[in-house]
Design a protein around this ligand. Sequence first.
Ligand SMILES: *Cc1c(COP(=O)(O)O)cnc(C)c1O
Length: 417
Amino acid sequence: MKKPFVTKEQLEKIIQNYPTPFYLYDERGIRENARKLKEAFAWNPGFKEYFAVKATPNPSILKIMKEEGFGLDCSSLTELMLAERTGFHNHEIFFSSNNTPEEEYILANRMNALINLDDISHIPFLKQLIGSFPETMCIRYNPGGIFQLGKSREDVQVMDTPQDSKFGMTKEQVLSAISILQKEGVKHFGIHAFLASNTLSDEYYPALAGILFTLAKEIKKQTNCHISFINLSGGIGIPYKPEDRENDIFAIGNGVRKAYESILVPEAMDDVSIFLESGRYMTGPYGCLVTKVIHEKNTYRHYIGVDANACNLLRPAMYGAYHHITVAGKEDAPLDHEYDVVGSLCENNDKFAWNRPLPEIDIGDILIIHDTGAHGFSMGYNYNGRLRCAELLLCEDGTIRQIRRRETPEDYFATII
Ligand SMILES: *Cc1c(COP(=O)(O)O)cnc(C)c1O
């Protein structure tokens, strides 16, 4: 059973000051998890997690990451600005973008962020913008083909298709890019790849590490360049469904260590740092969307209408993503009803659940939509003139802090000329 990190009593108090819907984040959960991650990779002296800003782009959350010793992974102009304004500097910022506009490269370079090149054509593009290259550059690799973990067809743990992914360079391009950049004076290199998203296997990072370490070894042999880091990017998943297994971050860290010791150490490449750009794993389970039931409707299906909608949380509408729902105060009630939980958008995919077994719901009930701490608020939009909701932080001392106010109609009209 999935247990929310707040109770009905706590929520009723919060709602007196902050009307639903809102996002609520759990500072304690975020910090405890962050410390586990650090411990799992403590064997690597240069280890650094660059939290993926796009997961939860709120300065108060980013500051927690900074206090835990992490950097930020940015991929756009405003994410870079957010990092700078939150107090991140230089190599505390990783810039992993693609199809990158000029102004973003210029800002990333001015901020002395670590720049990850998504394509070989970006070398001349970047040169013409910034003149000379920084001493350290990262290259994004795409091995193509199909990436699959699991012994048999029945036992596939992770599957994705890098061959259809727009990101990264082929192996030949990676090798050429490094040779070109060496001639341009670049001294240290990083290799980056993101092959699968939301993985629920402790084997994903070790397998990816194996691929990247082997590539790094080959690059070093062919170009004699210095590889200073390997960035395993994001992709560690979280158990959205009650029956999903939880990743064991210590098994993951150990698996990467084994690959490191068997592939890199014998090549005297034992100064390579491991970087991550984890997003979902860092904040996903430690955030929820809180919404109130405002209508019930019975036609060909049973509908529960809530005051949040897909503009607040797009994942279910966009990819049918499962988010567990708890009815506050009815945690132990039998799941003897089946509902579609819907918002108010004029789109029939504006649903948080389809035929979901839930306890009997009454108007006025508070629903907790779980695991929305990453890629939740940040995917919000304004369709139907719907406004973004507030973000609140449940601090370690039990107090509530509003870390983003909800939008008002004035915000909506502010850009109209
Ligand atoms: C989205 C993204 C991440 C974070 O991914 P998660 O699945 O949230 O861990 C990291 N790096 C890059 C380049 C990304 O696009």
